[in-house]
Structures are given as structure tokens and as C-alpha cells.
Design a protein around this ligand. Structure first.
Ligand code: SF4
Length: 439
């Protein structure tokens, strides 16, 4: 039986595609292995979103090429965003790659693996990136209690700095009944936390049903027996309406945690970046969310050094971060991406963008410390995820920690089992991580 190793890079949406490919390969009777050394085929499902992601993907391909040279690996397949974006470059400049496939070709993976296993021809598969979603099974790779639930593919927002629409296609919602039945199946397998994801979940349904259907979908998901937490990632600020705010506020299963990427706060920059809404709209939304939803934890992403950002615009952004006190923020220096309108615009140089991102990051650390300190003495539900041998403590996540991006809560107590929920009183902060005791 051929041994296949799949390396998934990039975001959670890409990971779901990787999980689907794993399921297809497993169904086809191939053996899935964790390490590329000794495998027959290694598949890298790449990200090509920004420069850092491209570098990471290329490093992985080069490493696999070395294994191949040493006779430790037979074939290499490159999938995902990088190959969709740089098909010609990879084909021309990376002879170690045996097959290359785009973001519309995931369902072809078994055929592509068969092809590289049985011939020495280079294979390439690029199908329509705007085709309707097909429904596939998945091998969940995120452990036994939480899973991503992707509700749409692609994006139609066309922000001026972003390549996603050109590599993942236009926005395509999955059918509501398919999403709900996937949620039920996950719950029946023991999953307790569903992380609802798409490039923009607030747009859900507009393409398929002619109107926004996120609230309807969430109401259905909340009926799923066994699911305790539903977490929402990537809400476009302009589309967060009163109906959604009230639903998050009143529905116990929907976590009081929202990820709303705002990118910047200066209105002319937002307009230039083809973002809808103004800086004031964002400020009003954040104020409203905080006043309506007690205990709300917000996450956002910010880009420093966007075209049009002078000192004054940057100071406006700093001032906003100091005042809004958004507890979680990913800060990135602007990466001009070829083929995007923003890449053609005048912008601060790379050094300035990096220095500004660093300053925003430091500022955000202060906001986060303040948030951590505000949690002292509070009691929160924690999903236990394991025992850290090094520090001798259990660790897990509360509603305020989304997996992989927000860190963890450390805790002690008697009779604790991994993958169960516990009430924990936060009593200290250890190296930036909340620590508490089971109550
Ligand atoms: S909303 Fe804008 S930034 Fe986000 S994926 Fe779509 S185009 Fe890119």
C-alpha cells in the first residue's frame, strides 16, 4: 500500500481542504503517514497569501526535494494557493515537483497520486476555481473535541491588497442542510466546539439564497445536540447587523468571541483599499458590540504600512488601538502582492511598514496584558486539552482563546481528564498565560 504524507500550510480554510484530501486518499485505500521521510508521495497544501507564506511553502518544497534526492521520498505534489498563483514559476523552476494542482482540483487528488505513482510524467491539474462546492468527508486533524466548520469557499469582497479572490475564486456558500448535517455528524463523533469559518461568514447565503442567512444557519447549528461552543471567525464589519448581535448576545452556545478583521481605521485608506464602511462605522460597531454583549472578546487583524499611510494615519491607528482595547489582534506589515491594485499604489517603504507593525504589536501587548489582568478572580469554563509535562500543569482554552492563535489557560485541580470542560478561577498570570484552579 502506498504511503502518503500531507503537509498542510496556511489558514484553517486550507486545513479543511487538506482534511478532505486525507479522507479521499484514505477511502482510496492509501496509507496516511505523518512524516515525509519514507513516504511514497508527499503533498504540500500551500498558502500563497503573502510573502512570508510563500517563503514558508517554498522552504517546504525545497526540503522535500532534498529528501527525494536522498532517496527518502519518491514523489512530490504541490497543491493549494501557491500553486494556483504561481503555476508557471513552480513548473519551470522546481523540477523536483512531480505534480502541481490548483485550488479547484482538490477532488482530483486520488487520480493525481495514482498518476505520479505509476508514471514519471509531470502532472498538472487546474480546474475552475469558481465551481460549486462539492461535499466531501474529512479526516479531522484537530483532535477529538473541536473542528472547523467551513461554510463557504472563496471571497467576493475584492479588497485592493488581497489576492484571495483571484486564487480561491468568488464567494460560494455551502448549502445550509449540508453544513447542518456535517455539524450533526461531528457532534455524534464527540466534537463539542465548532469553529465556523469562511473568508467572510457574514456574507453567507447571499450567493445561494439571495440574502444573508448566517443567523438562520447559526440558529440551526445551535440546535445540534452535543455541541457546546460555536465560535465565529471572520466577520466583515459592515455586515455585522443587529440581528447577528442579538443572536450572539442571547444564544448560549455562540461564544462571546468575534473575529472581525478591520485592517485599518483611517477612512481614506479603507476607501482606497476598497473596504466598505468608514473608520467611524468601525468605531461605532465596536462600541455597540461591547455595550450589547457583556464579556465580549474581540479579535481583529491590522495591516501596518498600507498605501496612503503617512505618520498621521498611522498615529490614528495607534490611537484607535489604545482606545478600542480590542483584546486580540494579529498585526502584519503590508506585503505588496503582485496582481493586486494596492501593489501599484504609493506606499511606505518596507522598513517603515515593519517598524510600524512592531510598534502596533507592542501596543497590542499592553492591551492584552490589561485584558489578562482584568480576568483575575473571574471563573471561566475551560475545555481541557492536555497536560504540560514541562510546567506540570493542565492546559486548555476558554471562550476567550481560539485554537492556535490566542494561547491557552493553565490550571490545576483534582480528577481532571483531557477533553472535558471544567470551571476554572483565574488567579494569576504566568509568563503572559492566565493560570487558575478548578472550582
Ligand atoms: S474580505 Fe478582503 S481581505 Fe478578506 S479574503 Fe476577502 S478580499 Fe481578502
Amino acid at each position: 500500500m502506498a504511503k502518503i504524507c500531507l503537509i498542510s500550510l496556511g489558514c484553517a480554510k486550507n486545513l479543511v481542504n487538506s482534511e478532505q484530501m486525507l479522507c479521499m486518499l484514505d477511502d482510496a485505500g492509501l496509507e496516511i503517514v505523518n512524516e515525509p521521510e519514507g513516504a511514497d508521495v508527499a503533498i504540500v497544501n500551500t498558502c500563497g497569501f503573502i510573502e512570508a507564506a510563500k517563503v514558508e511553502a517554498i522552504d517546504h518544497i525545497l526540503y522535500l526535494g532534498q529528501l527525494k534526492e536522498q532517496g527518502l521520498l519518491k514523489k512530490i505534489i504541490v497543491a493549494g494557493c501557491l500553486s494556483q498563483r504561481y503555476q508557471t514559476d513552480i513548473t519551470d523552476e522546481m523540477p523536483e515537483v512531480d505534480a502541481i494542482m490548483g485550488t479547484g482540483s482538490y477532488d482530483n487528488i486520488v487520480q493525481i497520486v495514482a498518476s505520479v505513482l505509476h508514471t514519471n510524467d509531470r502532472y498538472s491539474s487546474f480546474h475552475d476555481i469558481n465551481s460549486a462546492n462539492d461535499e466531501y468527508g474529512r479526516i479531522i486533524s484537530t483532535g477529538p473535541r473541536w473542528a472547523y466548520l467551513k461554510i463557504a469557499e472563496g471571497c467576493s469582497n475584492c479588497c485592493a491588497f488581497c489576492v484571495i479572490p483571484s486564487i480561491r475564486g468568488k464567494y460560494r456558500s455551502r448549502k445550509m442542510e449540508d453544513i447542518v448535517s456535517e455539524a450533526k455528524a461531528l457532534a455524534e463523533s464527540g466534537y463539542k466546539e465548532l469553529i465556523v469559518i469562511a473568508q467572510d461568514i457574514t456574507r453567507y447565503g447571499t450567493d445561494l439564497y439571495g440574502k444573508k442567512k448566517l443567523c438562520d444557519l447559526l440558529r440551526e447549528l445551535c440546535k445540534t445536540e452535543g455541541i457546546k461552543w460555536i465560535r465565529l471567525h471572520y466577520l466583515y464589519p459592515e455586515l455585522v447587523d443587529d440581528e447577528l448581535i442579538q443572536l450572539v448576545k442571547n444564544e448560549d452556545k455562540i461564544l462571546k468571541y468575534l473575529d472581525i478583521p478591520i485592517q485599518h481605521i483611517n477612512t481614506p485608506i479603507l476607501k482606497r483599499m476598497n473596504r466598505r464602511g468608514t473608520g467611524d462605522d468601525i468605531k461605532k460597531l465596536i462600541a455597540k458590540l461591547k455595550s450589547e454583549i457583556p464579556g465580549l472578546v474581540l479579535r481583529t487583524s491590522i495591516i501596518a504600512g498600507l498605501p496612503g499611510e503617512g505618520e498621521a494615519e498611522f498615529e490614528e491607528l495607534c490611537e484607535f488601538l489604545r482606545e478600542a482595547k480590542i483584546q486580540r489582534a494579529g498585526v502584519f506589515p503590508y506585503s505588496p502582492e503582485e496582481g493586486t491594485p494596492a501593489a501599484e499604489m504609493d506606499r511606505p517603504d518596507e522598513e517603515t511598514a515593519n517598524a510600524r507593525a512592531e510598534r502596533l504589536f507592542e501596543l497590542q501587548m499592553e492591551v492584552m496584558d490589561e485584558f489578562n489582568n482584568s480576568r483575575l478572580g473571574t471563573v471561566t469554563d475551560v475545555l481541557c486539552e492536555g497536560f504540560d509535562e514541562e510546567c506540570g500543569l493542565w492546559f486548555g482554552r476558554s471562550y476567550a482563546e481560539s485554537p492556535d492563535i490566542d494561547g491557552r489557560v493553565l490550571f490545576t485541580g483534582d480528577g481532571i481528564e483531557p477533553y472535558e470542560f471544567y470551571s476554572v478561577r483565574i488567579t494569576d498570570i504566568l509568563d503572559g498565560e492566565p493560570f487558575g484552579e478548578r472550582v
